[in-house]
Design a protein around this ligand. Structure first.
Ligand SMILES: [Zn+2]
Length: 173
């Protein structure tokens, strides 16, 4: 009886903890969401026909149809110049070269994104639970984020090369 009471208490306690934690989490989330709300006002909206005209077939397939380029085949996988990676759809700045690292996963990997540049959403396709990353401005599909990245964030933004254009900072010096 005593044990039962104890487990009941433990259950209540863990529920309370989960509740507090989820509140804190949503609070943090809404805080980080505030710059994103501004972005919603500046969203680039185009019809699929317009996107088809602007983008190459490969860009359209990945950015608009959420495709994935073949592993180790992307042009930025082993690319480590100094500069900024921009969205291939709208030119919005997404990642700094200093956050890029060799993950060995076969796609360009970053441990952080430029604040407000990307949005996250649940992706339960292909029998996996992943977090999809899209461009905040044009909603173009970029890749996924995983929590097996290096310090300081512990994140791995795994991004298709096709979804990005690179602007070297060396030329501007
Ligand atoms: Zn974009």
């Amino acid at each position: 009886m005593k044990i039962k009471f104890f487990t009941h208490k433990l259950f209540l306690f863990s529920m309370m903890f989960a509740y507090v934690f989820s509140c804190q989490y949503s609070q943090n989330k809404s805080q980080t969401n505030s710059p994103k709300k501004l972005n919603t006002l500046n969203k680039m909206k185009k019809t699929e026909a317009e996107w088809k005209r602007i983008l190459t077939d490969q860009e359209y397939k990945i950015l608009r149809e959420k495709g994935t380029e073949r592993a180790f085949m992307g042009k930025y996988d082993g690319h480590f110049e100094e500069g900024i990676y921009e969205c291939a759809g709208c030119g919005s700045q997404l990642f700094h070269s200093e956050t890029k690292y060799r993950s060995g996963c076969g796609w360009p990997a970053f441990y952080d994104a430029i604040p407000g540049a990307v949005e996250e959403s649940d992706d339960n396709t292909l029998g996996m639970n992943r977090i999809e990353i899209t461009c905040s401005k044009c909603d173009g599909h970029l890749g996924h984020v995983f929590n097996d990245g290096p310090d300081p964030t512990g994140l791995r933004y795994c991004i298709n090369s096709v979804s990005m254009d690179f602007q070297s900072s060396i030329n501007k010096k």
